[in-house]
Design a protein around this ligand. Structure first.
Ligand code: ADP
Ligand code: MG
Length: 229
């Protein structure tokens, strides 16, 4: 398994009590699998991604990334693991307005001068592979919403992650563009052997994913009926 959560509990302070954002969540995704997590607003979906992405430490339970049990790791160790093994794509593509598509990807690298050329080549290859070969030097305001999301996806792949965590990637896109993006994620999972967890409200695209989970008040359930064979 690339990412495993076991009996994970996450609470937030809520007046005199605590709110259970994740209520004993157990969940595992393998390499080359695309899994969708649906559920109403406020049900805990982003909390799930934050815990899986080592951004938030759960109150209890276990998070294993690529075989590494993260329980008890220091903040620095978590950051290193996150940089090396995890990729993120957010609802809004979070691109920097002043940078070209290629530069958005180069922002992800923390390398010295000698390897800049190789990284630039990698950035171009990734963007071209996602259909942006003629947009390498475009800035976000010169790209459509779907193209910006592709740049964000390409950026998330720069470090060759084992796990990609994607929060509502299609919320700003029309139906056809949404389908392209989810189809693209399904292809990437298989071709790049990456485990993808995608939070989505977009029920129309669930036939493209391997597995569907539903979150309700912090409780995650596998939905056998909608998952593809
Ligand atoms: P979703 O992504 O499904 O909309 P979230 O994971 O963002 O749900 O939130 C789950 C619950 O936790 C909600 O009730 C939300 O209000 C609460 N919550 C999320 N983040 C915080 C926080 N930083 N502090 C307090 N409560 C939070
Ligand atoms: Mg959310």
């Amino acid at each position: 398994m690339s990412i495993t959560l076991r009996d994970t509990v996450l609470t937030y302070p809520d007046g005199d009590t605590r709110l259970r954002a994740l209520d004993n969540v157990t969940f595992a995704v393998e390499r080359s699998e695309l899994v969708a997590v649906t559920g109403p607003s406020g049900s805990g979906k982003s909390s799930l991604l934050a815990v899986a992405g080592l951004l938030t430490v759960p109150d209890s339970g276990t998070v294993v990334v690529d075989g590494v049990d993260t329980t008890g790791l220091s903040r620095a160790q978590r950051t290193t693991l996150r940089r090396e093994r995890l990729g993120f794509v957010f609802q809004q593509s979070n691109l920097l307005a002043s940078l070209t598509a290629t530069e958005q990807l180069l922002m992800m690298t923390h390398l010295g001068g000698g390897r800049v050329r190789a990284q630039r080549e990698r950035a171009r290859d990734l963007l071209s592979g996602l259909g942006l070969g003629s947009h390498l030097d475009k800035r976000p305001n010169q790209l459509s919403g779907g193209q910006r999301q592709r740049v964000a996806i390409a950026r998330s792949l720069m470090n060759d992650p084992s796990v990609l965590l994607v929060d509502e990637p299609t919320s700003a896109l029309d139906e056809a563009r949404s389908r392209e993006i989810v189809g693209l994620l399904a292809t990437l999972a298989r071709e790049r052997d990456v485990a993808i967890v995608m939070v989505t409200h977009d029920l129309a695209q669930l036939d493209l994913v391997d597995e569907v989970y539903e979150m309700h008040s912090g409780v995650l359930t596998r939905n056998a009926s909608t998952a593809a064979a």
